[in-house]
Ligand binder design. Structure first.
Ligand code: ZN
Length: 461
């Protein structure tokens, strides 16, 4: 081969499409993937590993010594709390954009710690996602040098000569979730992380099936897909089912003369909206209690998703909560929406119960509009909380909830819509990734068409 041939091969190699899992492929959490084409790259999501993050920041031994945790990127990477970007060190100057799929912390929570490391990258998300990020930065007093770009739910923009990004409207359990398409001359990478196919959402619209079909027809090279519930042989129920469940419990049970306490995810604006509307139907005052509600409710208002502030009272700060409960009048005419759905110590519901912030009466109602995230500490905390509530003869309504993650039959739908050549299942433990391979083979794929990757394991296409 002469010099020109070598150069041609070099150029050809350079123009290949490469996918590098950075986080979330060897564990559930700290989601992040890099897609590279030629001299440009994009990072999809920069999330926190919640358990590792909490374990690292809540270190009792360090607290006893009066020390504050080292929140530098290096320290957080070492603790496994954020994606380890040392794996892609040489590619950092090539990263032209950081695109965030949705406003959950395991997808955007590492942005405040890592984004400054990418000097050439703007941060892209839908309006709600960007607003949540801004609220986080304000409350943590963090500044980023990166430029922010807030996009519509369905939108397309170029990040370099050869790479363009498309957000496709998707449904999940936070507003304005996007599936992200990375279009390159070598084909499209479809990044469909947290999703469900909700055909009757209570806030916002259905997934953009038409666009997904079009993209599928043009041909998708790789589908990277959330397969957390690959073992559920069904379709995830719509959020409108959760609304009916809440209606049944709130309007169908006689709660006259007793307080109602509901706990749910602060970021789940659709669910909050339902709870607030039902509270008003019961002619009760609705009060949101807990700091994180403020962050998400403000973001929802600013992004034009929903203005819940007009319909509720808010008690934001820890110091106010005690005072508030101390002088609240007629709790039987109130519906309290509080943090602490996983009975996390320090959140409002456990404090109401164990620190006696609130005087529960016999037959008061506590509604869990969530499911227990099956981690040992959560299970234990909930058992303790339930036992204490029962001691006070409080009525408990558990699992008044539907999931925001797709089940197996939704995975099948997504594969059929996008018709990818290669499938990379992620966001799940190994046994569920393997179940997705089984499903793909049922759909005519070969075993090797389904790639099960670990963090740092690069594939070139
Ligand atoms: Zn999510």
């Amino acid at each position: 081969m002469n010099k020109t041939d070598y150069r041609l091969i070099e150029v050809k190699n350079k123009m290949k499409l490469e996918i590098i899992p950075i986080g979330g492929f060897s564990e559930v959490g700290r989601n992040s993937t890099l897609v590279k084409y030629g001299d440009d790259a994009v990072i999809l999501d920069l999330g926190l590993h919640m358990d590792n993050y909490i374990a690292y920041t809540d270190d009792d031994e360090r607290d006893d010594l009066g020390e504050k945790p080292d929140m530098s990127a290096e320290a957080l990477m070492k603790a496994g709390a954020v994606p380890d970007i040392n794996q892609i060190k040489e590619l950092i100057p090539k990263v032209k954009a950081i695109c965030i799929s949705h406003a959950h912390l395991d997808h955007l929570g590492a942005v405040p710690f890592l984004a400054n490391k990418f000097p050439n990258a703007g941060i892209h998300g839908t309006k709600y996602t960007i607003e949540v990020l801004k609220q986080m930065l304000i409350s943590d007093r963090t500044r980023l040098k990166n430029k922010f770009h807030a996009h519509n739910e369905s939108s397309r923009f170029k990040i370099s000569k050869d790479m363009s990004i498309e957000f496709v409207r998707m449904t999940h359990s936070v507003p304005q979730t996007a599936s992200i398409m990375v279009h390159t001359p070598e084909g499209t990478v479809a990044y469909v992380l947290d999703f469900k196919l909700d055909n009757a959402p209570v806030l916002g619209e259905k997934p953009d099936y038409q666009r997904l079909t079009e993209i599928g027809k043009k041909g998708v090279k790789v589908l990277i897909m959330d397969t957390l519930y690959a073992h559920k042989n069904s379709k995830t129920p719509s959020e409108s089912i959760a609304r009916e469940m809440l209606k049944d419990v709130l309007l169908g049970v006689n709660s006259k003369g007793n307080a109602i306490v509901v706990t749910t995810f602060a970021s789940h604006i659709a669910r909050l909206n339902t709870i607030i509307d039902l509270g008003r139907k019961l002619k009760r005052r609705v009060i949101l209690i807990g700091r994180s509600f403020d962050k998400y409710v403000t973001a929802a208002k600013k992004a034009g998703v929903a203005d819940l502030t007009r319909k509720v009272e808010m008690v934001k700060y820890g110091s106010q909560v005690k005072k508030y409960f101390g002088k609240v009048k007629n709790p039987e005419k109130c519906l309290f929406v509080v943090t602490g759905h996983q009975a996390e110590p320090g959140s409002i519901l456990p404090r109401m119960v164990f620190s006696h912030l609130f005087k529960f009466k016999e037959e008061d109602n506590v509604i869990f509009s969530c499911s227990v995230i099956p981690v040992e500490s959560n299970v234990r905390n909930r058992e303790r909380l339930d036992a204490e509530l029962k001691k006070m003869k409080v009525r408990i309504f558990t699992d008044v909830h539907v999931s925001g993650h797709a089940y197996r039959e939704d995975h099948r739908e997504m594969i059929k819509l996008l018709r990818p050549k290669i499938i990379i299942p992620t966001h799940a433990p190994a046994e569920k990734l393997a179940l997705t391979r089984e499903l793909a083979m049922e759909l005519g794929y070969k075993s090797e068409d389904v790639k099960i990757l670990k963090n740092g394991e690069r594939i070139t296409l």
